[in-house]
Write a protein that binds this ligand. Structure first.
Ligand code: HEM
Length: 377
């Protein structure tokens, strides 16, 4: 009696498992076919600005200021994103001596030229958390003494060219409208439901939820040991490009930063301090660009889509050298906090493009002014 019951249960469970497997396979097949169809070129090489974008941007600025106020500490108003710095370090950016003529644009116009720069390394969260908490890690680079009129920033930023990145390849929303609705839902505590705005399955953003989860990744060994991506597209002269900064240890003397105690709250700053200040070991990176091929699926207006490296390989346009140095002083940390990075601190040859970049222009300016006006210099 018991034997036949077990056999029956086994058969039912076996069939159930098979059904789940078949459903999973079917879902995967349909998904692949759908995305294969949806994510196919050609795409536009131009920006397309939705009519509602300006109004949405204004309300996102108000949301951002609210977040800044929620997270301010007793003495300082912090950034709305990437509030915690591991340090600001000096760097030298040298344009590749062999750069092809077609990429010699903007700050890369003169092969062999070296720019002095500031590099700020950060965690992504609006709140300064322990470094072991899963998070995005940011790198912002500011080239100094860059001549020529800039797109934004006024007199204070008139000689700067900024590159602002973090260490994921995609952003968890495609455009300004989705940013607004997602942000609003998250602010109401709906971390996962933000990606399922209604009962209609056509509004579900499962792929974007996966990107959000990927973005919150474990900390690297050191802020100098991960690849940082622009995620959003930019001009490079007549080209549309995305850029990234990736470690190039072979360009530097051999060095391995000793493993840090990840239970300590600021072990990423400790890793930076150990390499640059104690061991005096420099760090090397390559600054690279990939050029849009509009025949393939490399959209301008969707930051949730990666431009595949297999279709648009990265080419090195400059090398970055971070020399051994002292950086962890009161004065330099304060200076670092008072810096403002903005992808629109840029020459017209490096114009940011796409909705998320248009949004960033207004939001970074507003949040930066808000916090700098309230903080002691
Ligand atoms: C491609 C997508 C994005 C990337 C790669 C990115 C990266 C970064 C990084 C690295 C920083 C720190 C800059 C520093 O070290 O001072 C930063 C700051 C900031 N980000 Fe983003 N971000 C992106 C999208 C956005 C969006 C969509 C918003 C909001 C609408 C936003 C709002 C901010 C704000 C307000 C700051 C602080 C600005 C300041 O106070 O100076 N970011 N971002």
């Amino acid at each position: 009696m018991f034997k036949s019951l077990w056999l029956w249960l086994g058969r039912v469970l076996g069939k159930l498992l098979l059904l789940v497997l078949l459903l999973g396979l079917g879902g995967w097949l349909i998904g692949s076919l759908y995305y294969g169809w949806k994510f196919s070129g050609p795409v536009s090489t131009e920006e397309h600005i939705p009519p509602a974008e300006a109004a949405l941007t204004q309300s996102i600025i108000e949301d951002a200021i609210r977040v800044v106020e929620q997270h301010r500490d007793n003495t300082r108003v912090l950034r709305d994103a990437h509030a915690k710095a591991h340090g600001c370090v000096r760097a030298q950016v040298t344009v590749s001596p062999q750069l092809p003529a077609s990429l010699q644009r903007g700050v890369f116009a003169e092969p062999g030229k070296t720019w002095q720069a500031w590099m700020r390394l950060s965690n992504g969260n609006a709140y300064p958390q322990f470094d072991r908490v899963r998070d995005a890690r940011g790198m912002a680079l500011k080239l100094l003494d860059v001549p020529g009129a800039k797109l934004s920033g006024g007199a204070a930023h008139s000689t700067e060219q900024d590159f602002v990145m973090f260490n994921n390849t995609t952003f968890f929303v495609r455009d300004v409208a989705e940013y607004k609705s997602n942000f609003a839902a998250q602010a109401n505590g709906q971390k996962v439901l933000a990606f399922f705005p209604s009962w209609d399955p056509r509004t579900w953003e499962v792929r974007h939820l996966i990107i959000a989860l990927q973005t919150l990744s474990a900390a690297p060994q050191s802020p100098l040991a991960t690849t940082y991506n622009s995620i959003a597209p930019f001009k490079l002269g007549e080209h549309n490009i995305k850029y990234r900064v990736t470690p190039e240890p072979q360009a530097c003397p051999d060095y391995q930063v000793p493993e840090q105690n990840q239970q300590l709250p600021n072990f990423l700053r400790a890793a930076l301090y150990q390499q640059l200040s104690l061991d005096r070991a420099p760090a090397c990176f390559a600054l690279q660009v990939q050029v849009q091929n509009p025949q393939l699926y490399m959209p301008i207006e969707d930051t949730s889509v990666q431009w595949q490296e297999s279709q648009a390989p990265f080419q090195t346009v400059a090398s970055i050298f971070v020399p051994g140095q002292d950086f962890d002083s009161r004065e330099q940390n304060l200076m670092c906090d008072n810096l403002s990075f903005n992808p629109w601190h840029a020459l017209p040859e490096h114009r940011p493009i796409g909705g998320i970049n248009r949004l960033r222009k207004a939001v970074y300016e507003a949040v930066s002014s808000y916090r700098l006006e309230r903080n002691q210099p």
